[in-house]
Design a protein around this ligand. Structure first.
Ligand SMILES: [Zn+2]
Length: 460
């Protein structure tokens, strides 16, 4: 009797574990089947399906990719193909963030029960509509010339990404044969969308973060305190240098002149804890979410920093790194009363498969980076900077901006940056331009941004 009870219990346990295993397997399968089907090791399953996949459109319904007579065809303009290469993607899995990789299931009409084995006419294939304007992307690409870099523009009120270009890039219709050997290093990071998946030394564009921190913690000093710039300053035996000799100036002039001594001193006055608190409120050290995935994290860490390192971090050097799209949300928040709207790459369109996702500016899509008051004060300083005579190219656009020239070490030239936004009801656009190892932000990045803003505000 005792034995048979023992056996019954064991049998019951076995049956229970069998069924819980089955439930686990079915749940895993139903939630992950799509992902598994489109993993790189299943490339053979999906490659043929490009023969009749859905279309990819830009914001003006220009076709960027479509399938005709069993072939995947891309936009006829080679410069547009190159400009949107990282966004549209190729037919392999090389660009993890591309539309043809991330939304392969929707483009192919993947079905949970039949996979992608159904005949083409039975598969419900989706088209994908994007927010980018491919002509604007083409202009950004031509302005970057042969430089490596990244350009992005977005609507800081709605989050729509209007332009997203990363170089070096490739023409999908004429892929070179020597990519895998990469002898001259021409193809380094060629499959990386730098707007989403890379981070860089920010240099002086980071001074905006220091300015936000100053207004948040010592608002009176932000308006009144001055420091004397003699071109250099010794802090605990380390030299902090400035490109100019600015004399006695405060935060407003310091930002306009991009004075390292003033901003470095504000960072030291604020100290590690305040700087870290502000940076983390602005989403440093974590990815930001877009509708096609997360960005690479921006990095800010002062755990081993001495006083001079805190100064260098406040002027965007030390170990600081920023992701371009994340930085775009910071200037977007300054423009938008402290609230950052997360970037949206996919268009809100009745035909779009992503329509079921939370649209408009739901809480999930917006993060308060700072207060309205602080954002407006930094905005005023950025506007004052843009009104400086050297930025005459922006004077027609009511712009707020900050340039950066980020030292990257070694024998390499600095990264050239400019970021900012338009104060324009009709065109609430924020921008960021990075030209890698090109020299000064003012000389190399500013003309590109000015050209793009001229195009964006052009009356048609
Ligand atoms: Zn200075």
């Amino acid at each position: 009797m005792k034995n048979s009870r023992k056996r019954s219990i064991i049998l019951l346990l076995l049956v229970l574990s069998f069924f819980s295993g089955m439930i686990f397997l079915i749940t895993k399968f139903s939630t992950n089947a799509e992902k598994w089907a489109f993993k790189p090791y299943n490339l053979h399953l999906s490659l043929n399906s490009f023969a009749d996949a859905g279309r990819i459109y830009d914001t003006n319904s220009t076709v960027l990719a479509e399938s005709i007579d069993g072939k995947r065809i891309y936009n006829e303009d080679s410069q547009i193909r190159k400009a949107v290469f990282h966004l549209v993607g190729d037919e392999s899995f090389n660009i993890s963030t591309s539309i043809q990789n991330k939304f392969r299931d929707k483009l192919f009409g993947y079905n949970f029960l039949s996979g992608i084995d159904l005949p083409s006419f039975l598969r419900k294939k989706s088209d994908v509509y994007l927010n980018v304007d491919s002509k604007l992307c083409k202009l950004a690409l031509s302005e970057l010339k042969d430089h490596k870099g990244a350009v992005a523009l977005y609507n800081y009120k709605t989050g729509e990404v209007l332009c997203m270009v990363s170089t070096p890039t490739l023409d999908i219709k004429n892929l070179p044969n020597d990519i895998s050997s990469n002898k001259n290093k021409d193809y380094d990071a060629v499959f990386l969308n730098k707007i989403l998946s890379a981070n860089f030394v920010p240099g002086s564009i980071f001074k905006l973060v220091t300015a936000i921190c100053t207004f948040e913690n010592i608002p009176k000093e932000a308006l009144e305190k001055t420091f004397e710039c003699k071109g250099k300053e010794i802090v605990e035996n380390e030299k902090i240098t400035c490109a100019g000799y600015h004399g006695k100036i405060g935060l407003k002039e310091g930002l306009k002149e991009s004075c390292n001594i003033v901003l470095g001193n504000f960072a030291m006055t604020l100290g590690k804890n305040n700087m870290i608190r502000t940076a983390e409120k602005l989403c440093f050290n974590k990815p930001i979410k877009t509708d096609i995935g997360e960005t690479k994290e921006s990095y800010f860490n002062l755990s081993d920093a001495n006083k001079a390192s805190v100064a260098w971090s406040g002027i965007g050097q030390y170990k600081n790194l920023v992701n371009p799209l994340h930085m775009l949300t910071i200037v977007g928040a300054i423009a938008n009363e402290g609230v950052a709207v997360m970037p949206k790459i996919i268009k809100e369109n009745k035909n779009n498969f992503l329509n079921h996702r939370k649209s408009k500016n739901s809480e999930e899509n917006c993060i308060r980076y700072t207060t309205k008051d602080v954002a407006n004060k930094v905005k005023e300083m950025m506007s004052y900077t843009a009104k400086s005579s050297i930025f005459y190219k922006f004077h027609n656009f009511n712009t707020c901006l900050k340039t950066g020239t980020a030292e990257v070490g070694g024998e390499k030239k600095p990264h050239a940056w400019v970021t900012g936004f338009l104060q324009n009801e009709k065109h609430p656009v924020a921008f960021i331009v990075l030209v890698e190892n090109a020299g000064s932000g003012f000389e190399e990045a500013v003309p590109i941004a000015a050209k793009l803003l001229k195009e964006v505000t052009k009356e048609t």
